[in-house]
Design a protein around this ligand. Sequence first.
Ligand SMILES: *[C@@H]1O[C@H](CO)[C@@H](O)[C@H](O)[C@H]1NC(C)=O
Ligand SMILES: *[C@@H]1O[C@H](CO)[C@@H](O)[C@H](O)[C@H]1NC(C)=O
Ligand SMILES: CC(=O)N[C@H]1CO[C@H](CO)[C@@H](O)[C@@H]1O
Length: 339
Amino acid sequence: MKYLPLALAFTTPAHAALRFGCATVSIQRLDPLVEPGRIPSAHLHQIVGGNAFNATMEGDIAEKATCTTCTFSENFSNYWTAVMFFKHPNGTYKRVPIMQNTALPNGINGGMTIYYTQHDFVSNGKEKITAFRPGFRMTVGSPTYNVQPGGRGNPGLRFVCLENKGTRFPELATFPSRPCRGGIMTVHHFPACWDGKNLDSPDHQSHMYNTVREAFTPAGPCPASHPVRVPQLAFETLWDTTEFNQWWPEDGSQPFVLSYGDGGDSLGYGTHADYVFGWKGDALQRAMDSDCMFQGCENGRPLKSQSVAQMNACRVKDFVGEDIDSWLKYLPGQDPEKL
Ligand SMILES: *[C@@H]1O[C@H](CO)[C@@H](O)[C@H](O)[C@H]1NC(C)=O
Ligand SMILES: *[C@@H]1O[C@H](CO)[C@@H](O)[C@H](O)[C@H]1NC(C)=O
Ligand SMILES: CC(=O)N[C@H]1CO[C@H](CO)[C@@H](O)[C@@H]1O
């Protein structure tokens, strides 16, 4: 089968853009950003990146990790999202497997595709892109959004009904309303305007400002309150929903849910993602200042990279130790007898 290019076509690779795969480092109920220190956290996450991921993460995690599941080998950021489940008409839940994206090296175990772009895929918008600093963290979206927050919602948070792994359009604000032949992709674009001062904020969002538009198209200018343009960070996760299409409910209702229970009637508006910066030294700044594109940034030009086997070998201990893979009566964390 022939796949379409992963991203929009580009002709002049004049400015830096990072795109790389990260294998799953852990799937468990921890959330060091929103619920620090709580074991287990309220809902399940899929985490990729460095092995310093833990219930509590403070300071510069690049100093604490020893490996990462991402292509770029010495830089230990963590990236996480909710996990997708299928709700069978018989009322039980099954975790949806994560599959590898197209255009990445073969054999990556689950995980996500991570992007750090400048303005879009073809230019830097003639602006200096300032890398995140040690200790920086942020979230985008919120599990509490259970209605459409006006218009088409946050244009950076999208679902794609895949015909195959290369399908990118249309981008949907909600879970697809029909079975998708090639699975479902979730996309999380983070805000790219920073206040220039705070590494975090009480809601993990107000130090950032969102000018993001759909589908990696150029974002608007940063406002005076958040004047510093940082890399445009985005995650893509491909969920292999195909084995569940045979059980699509007869009443036509949408059967997929995110791990905090959003989906079904609330359609997935609560989709969200989290980021903790963990590149060592000035590695990300050097990449953003360079002209490298995608795989062209690997092998020391300017970033050191590692093999898929090394990526897959990095792991975080399971601190929670609960069953997440059987047909479950409740989503992890939602058994009323254990709340
Ligand atoms: C994770 O946190 C626990 C305490 O909650 C600590 O004992 C452990 O050393 C930490 N692990 C890592 C890899 O930082
Ligand atoms: C629900 O359906 C699945 C798939 O057929 C099956 O494996 C599971 O045991 C069923 N659970 C119940 C409670 O019927
Ligand atoms: C891949 C990459 O950029 N690696 C860099 C991570 O950070 C260290 C500095 O501690 C650099 O030496 C690596 O080149």
